[in-house]
Design a protein around this ligand. Sequence first.
Ligand code: G6P
Ligand code: MN
Length: 441
Amino acid sequence: MKKFSIVIAGGGSTYTPGIVMMLMDNLERFPIRSLKLYDIDEKRQEIIAKAVEIALKKAAPDVKFSYTTDPKEAFTDVDFCMAHIRSGGYPMRELDEKIPLRHGVVGQETCGPGGIAYGMRSIPDIMQLIDYMEAYSPHCWMLNYSNPAAIVAEACRVLRPHAKIINICDMPVGTLRRMSYIVGKTPKELDVCYYGLNHFGWWTSVKGKDGTDYTKQLIDYVSKNGYLTQQAIETQHMDESWQATHKKAADLLAVTPDCLPNTYLKYYLYPDYVTEHSNPDYTRANEVMDGREKKVFGAARSIIEAGRFEGTEFEVDNHAAFIADLARAIAYNTQERMLCIVENKGAISNFDAHAMVEVPCLVGSDGPKPLCQGEIPTFQLGLMQQQAAVERLVVEAYCEHSYQKLWQALTLSKTVPSAKKAREILDDFIKANQDYWPKLD
Ligand code: G6P
Ligand code: MN
């Protein structure tokens, strides 16, 4: 059986050890001969990489491991690039969240002004990864879960339309797992209908592979509890702030009572609630830096100090199993049904054919093929048109270096109350992002 060569872009990420452990757990389904880490932040990556190296000696001694900051070395002879980069790191995420909050507006890494600012940073970095991949391993596929996925996907459509990149998000996967706990099944036993943009969508049905329809049962449950579940064997989305987000889904469902909402809709449907419950001096970025980052880097340092891996310091990241499924789908043409962010092309029949939408796809060796979700109701359609226009304006602003278009993007975001506020936030963002954004005229 062919063994694959993988590069993880964003090697120094807090998610890297969990993903590596997950890949090692899946070696029988998805054999790996070589694993490389690539990052532009040498110091950060080194800590993770040295610990992963020790862990792999124990967990999978046959897998060749290396790490580098040299793109040529990283991208030569690879079959898959798994990309989870964060342009600007957590310090810039902190600003993405805090700057809008200072103006009384939602501060979130991917939604509203914060997502727009982050998008402007991510676009060039993702394009560069694609170029490295195409230069050094033209047959390689990039499985990209770098954020903000909606804007990144739109930028790929415009700037690299033929690239072998699949943009994907773990939120629907995580929520589906919660749904599976609620109905007493496993996620693999369920098939969904879903439509939307990334971090902006709805499930219209959740059924067992045997045809049993669980949609009504789930709607009933979520209307009372949101996606809070008793049983939650999760490695992600467990902090208190996430629990509040899962719970808030009940109020999202109240707005569209016949379909199950993506939790991220709370930033668009209840922005006032979100700002009232945010601390402008301590946001999710702070929680992550004080929580996950300390924990993962602490574990890495103790492995390095001890010079050995006991087997439990790094958790197998169950949320990341979809990455192995996706790689398998391409490698073995499994035609597995997965949600991906793809050009609409009629999948949502009354929506812009060229917009990047998140819908179920059959994934095989040629990439994802969207499944038709039919017509969607006026309320969701209106919201999506507005948000898709925001995302398109950001990419146009990036390409044309246009202050005007970026101001329009912020003004159009449902999270921003006026053009005046949009301009104030934009001007703060321009100062904060000097090292990252193109100069806008
Ligand atoms: C979900 C989303 C990701 C996002 C992450 C943030 O998984 O799908 O796109 O990056 O949440 O989680 P964090 O724990 O960093 O706030
Ligand atoms: Mn996501």
